[in-house]
Ligand binder design. Structure first.
Ligand code: MGD
Ligand code: MGD
Ligand code: SF4
Ligand code: MO
Length: 710
């Protein structure tokens, strides 16, 4: 009987499988939301369900490729942990409510807060994304300067260093470079697919790749040479490279003379930093520093030192800003600024504005409470990003009373979670806009569920810059499954309920049309292709750049006026491990290729990779581990000033002995995230709340931990 029933079932399945296999497949061009790269993809739908995705070959950013996170994250569309309707927290438990009720109650609360403390007590923070202009518009319409991004925990030191040297953040022309040096950036792990493709192209044409990283990273696997630098000392390496270029006359004289200011002052100061000095600080042999500098200089200008991102100096150290200044200057001496095969100013699509048809609100009349934009507190800080990790402090001081947290999870991705929790809990109103109950959403008063990225259309995007500018669009691929709404619609509806609807008399479709208009492209055309090239192609060279002098500022008078060294000079990291203490290490962190921040740990397929290859472990130098009596896989306790936790170790020769390295995708403590909950640790658990005195960044690698065998 059983066998018969089974064979019936198999027959049924077969016929089902046949119809299913023959069902038509539709293809929708859109962008991936698995991380901030927003790669352009084609999504395929069959029988109303997402079938698969593939890369859009025309995209500047990903060149037809997609990564494991992108493949894995699509399945979160069907993840049972998703939020299905707006939620209100009553007596510590979430109750489903209607959108109308949520908006009304949020608006009433905000009206009271504005009456009591003024509109500047409201803030909005989000992952930088295409619809951020509407969130900023909402804050300005209400009269608040408090729009933030996560920049202070990611990239603000890097951006500031480049801004003060060449006027903006440039790109790397990796594909055409003959010698690539990458310091503390790991595009094969902290994924940038286009960069990996370009490195491969350059290598196949004979280019050399040098990777400087305390850890043998995924990118180091591709390298001709890996230099295991002592963390926090990249500035010493760069100063010594500049020293060699100047002393040996290896720099591009013509470029330096015509396109830079301050070379003479540099020449006078750089004598303090010979390679023999740097060797003692950064532990890279003087003769290696000399050889590499000479090798690069011989091939200039088609050579580059990668512009960097998060890893070595995005927001990591007290000396990060100076490190980026030195990096930019070293590139300039090689004459490679805006050159083929060097550092170049990518072409980016310039979207149109909504005004005059839809008037912009006046800018806020009060300064930002985090001290960005006011010379004197964080004079090199980014006003546009704000200082994200200052929010809990401002909430504890009562300066911020109400916050919207959109596509961002500060309780897990900010330093010092105990302090972040205390700050965010102090708010009279916290509204989280997420797809799941993240740590932050879990303590919110209201949770507004955004539709999954494959269920919604979004604002046109200019993320894909390159040798030609590009616009891209995220569009709806499948029908919405639950009572969720797209982010831009939520912003517009909030504005209408908050009494500032007059600044939002448009919908997303109209806004997208208006913004595309000056580019001469139609929304229909963009939707069909997913990405469109716009604007003029890139041209080599420059007459003037966006600095006060119009030239590369080796010497910056602006910095001098603000009381900072106008020429980069050596600066120690804030803290250093005790070389005499066998338990003392610097705690580093970084991305794994198959996880995004703490966001994909709840994705079962991606988490299966972590388990299958035993990757939720702390990297430790084998020799130092053995001194602590440890075996590979053994359990340790890590302790810092602010936190402690237990984790298993991976003993390896592939890491500098002075540090340990924690993969940064774990440590989820929201009980609502069932796959990820309580696996691994996060570096933020150990990181005190720190503010770099110039930029205000989080100084995320200024942590000394004690590591002991359990
Ligand atoms: N898989 C994956 N890819 C991502 C992301 C993700 O979450 N997951 N996020 C995206 C985002 S937002 C970002 S900011 C980028 C980040 O991209 P990256 O900046 O490349 O990423 P990280 O892993 O933070 O750091 C890169 C390397 O810096 C090394 N490092 C740490 N400290 C030092 C130091 O003092 N000196 C030197 N020389 N090296 C050091 C680490 O060992 C690591 O290998 O990745 C993007 N891509
Ligand atoms: N623990 C840890 N902390 C970190 C890092 C890390 O790797 N690990 N990296 C640092 C860096 S480089 C960066 S850039 C920041 C990033 O930190 P965050 O800006 O906090 O970004 P994520 O952690 O990627 O995601 C934040 C939230 O977005 C939600 N989300 C995902 N998709 C959607 C969507 O479509 N709509 C909405 N509304 N929400 C969505 C996720 O569920 C998650 O709760 O963190 C920094 N801090
Ligand atoms: S790098 Fe991967 S996860 Fe990020 S947008 Fe591209 S495909 Fe998606
Ligand atoms: Mo980042």
């Amino acid at each position: 009987m059983g066998a018969l029933a089974l064979s019936d079932q198999i027959l049924d399945f077969k016929s089902w499988a046949k119809t299913n296999a023959e069902a038509p497949v539709t293809r929708v061009p859109t962008t991936c939301n698995g991380c901030g790269n927003r790669c352009a993809i084609f999504a395929y739908v069959k029988n109303g369900r997402l079938w698969r995705i593939e890369g859009n070959p025309e995209a500047n950013g990903n060149q037809g490729l997609i990564c494991p996170k992108g493949h894995g994250y699509i399945h979160d569309l069907y993840n049972p942990d998703r939020i299905r309707s707006p939620l209100k927290r009553v007596d510590g438990r979430f109750q489903p409510i209607s959108w109308e009720q949520a908006y009304k109650e949020i608006a009433q609360k905000i009206n009271l807060i504005i009456m009591d403390k003024g509109p500047q007590s409201i803030f909005w923070i989000n992952y930088p994304q295409p619809n951020h202009a509407y969130a900023l518009r909402l804050m300005h319409a209400l009269g608040s300067p408090h729009y933030f991004t996560h920049g202070s925990t990611c990239y603000t030191a890097r951006n500031a260093g480049w801004n003060y040297t060449v006027g903006k953040l440039p790109s790397n022309d990796l594909a055409n470079s003959r010698y690539i040096m990458i310091i503390g950036r790991n595009p094969a792990g902290g994924i940038d697919l286009g960069q990996v493709a370009d490195i491969t192209k350059a290598k196949s044409k004979g280019a050399k790749l040098v990777v400087v990283d305390p850890r043998h990273s995924e990118t180091a696997i591709l390298a001709d040479e890996w230099l295991a630098i002592k963390p926090g000392t990249d500035l010493a390496l760069l100063l010594a490279m500049i020293n060699v270029m100047v002393k040996e006359g290896l720099y591009d004289r013509d470029f330096v003379q015509k396109k830079t200011v301050g070379f003479q002052e540099l020449e006078e100061q750089i004598i303090n930093y010979p390679p023999e000095w740097a060797e003692k600080v950064c532990e890279i042999p003087a003769k290696t520093i000399m050889r590499i500098t000479r090798e690069m200089a011989a091939l200039k200008p088609k050579v580059l030192l990668h512009r960097g991102y998060h890893g070595a100096f995005g927001c990591q150290y007290l000396n990060s800003f100076q490190t980026v200044r030195a990096l930019a200057i070293a590139n300039s001496l090689l004459g490679n600024i805006n050159r083929e095969g060097g550092i170049y100013f990518a072409q980016s699509a310039e979207l149109g504005e909504l005004q005059p048809k839809h008037p912009v609100p006046e800018g806020p009349k009060v300064p930002k409470a985090d001290g960005t934009g006011i010379p004197g507190r964080y004079p090199l800080g980014s006003y546009g990003d704000g200082i994200a990790h200052a929010i809990p402090e401002l909430a504890l001081r009562g300066e911020l009373k109400c916050g919207f947290v959109y596509h961002h999870n500060p309780l897990r991705t900010n330093p010092n979670p105990q302090r972040a929790i205390a700050g965010y809990k102090k708010l009279e109103l916290l509204v989280a806009i997420d797809t799941v109950l993240s740590e932050t959403a879990s303590i919110a008063h209201y949770v507004l569920p955004e539709s999954f990225y494959l269920e919604r259309e979004e604002a046109v995007d200019t993320k894909h810059s390159g040798k030609r500018g590009q616009v891209s669009i995220q569009q709806k691929v499948v029908e919405r499954m639950f009572d969720t709404r797209p982010g831009t619609q939520i912003i517009i509806e909030l504005a209408q309920h908050l009494g500032v609807g007059r600044f939002f008399e448009f919908n997303l479709e109209e806004a997208n049309e208006l913004r595309l208009k000056p580019l001469g492209n139609s929304l229909a055309g963009l939707k069909q292709k997913g990405v469109l090239f716009v604007g003029k192609p890139w041209k080599e060279g420059f007459d003037k750049i966006d600095t006060p002098s119009g030239k590369v500022e080796i010497y910056s008078s602006t910095l001098e006026k603000l009381g900072f060294p106008p020429i980069p000079r050596w600066e120690e990291p804030l803290v250093s491990p005790d070389p005499k203490d066998p338990h003392s290490f610097r705690l580093l962190h970084g991305k794994q290729a198959f996880h995004t921040h703490a966001m994909t740990a709840n994705q079962p397929y991606l988490m299966a990779i972590s388990h299958r290859y035993d990757l939720i472990r702390l990297w430790m130098n084998r020799r130092r581990g053995e001194l602590l009596g440890l075996k590979d896989g053994g359990l340790v306790q890590i302790k810092s000033l602010v936190g402690e936790g237990k984790i298993r170790v991976k003993l390896t020769e592939g890491i500098h002995p002075s540090c340990v390295w924690l993969p940064s995708g774990y440590g989820v403590f929201s009980k609502h995230l069932t796959t990820a909950y309580d696996l691994g640790l996060s570096y933020n658990d150990f990181l005190p709340t720190l503010f770099d005195p110039a930029v205000g960044h989080a100084m995320s690698s200024e942590i000394i931990v004690q590591v002991k065998k359990v």
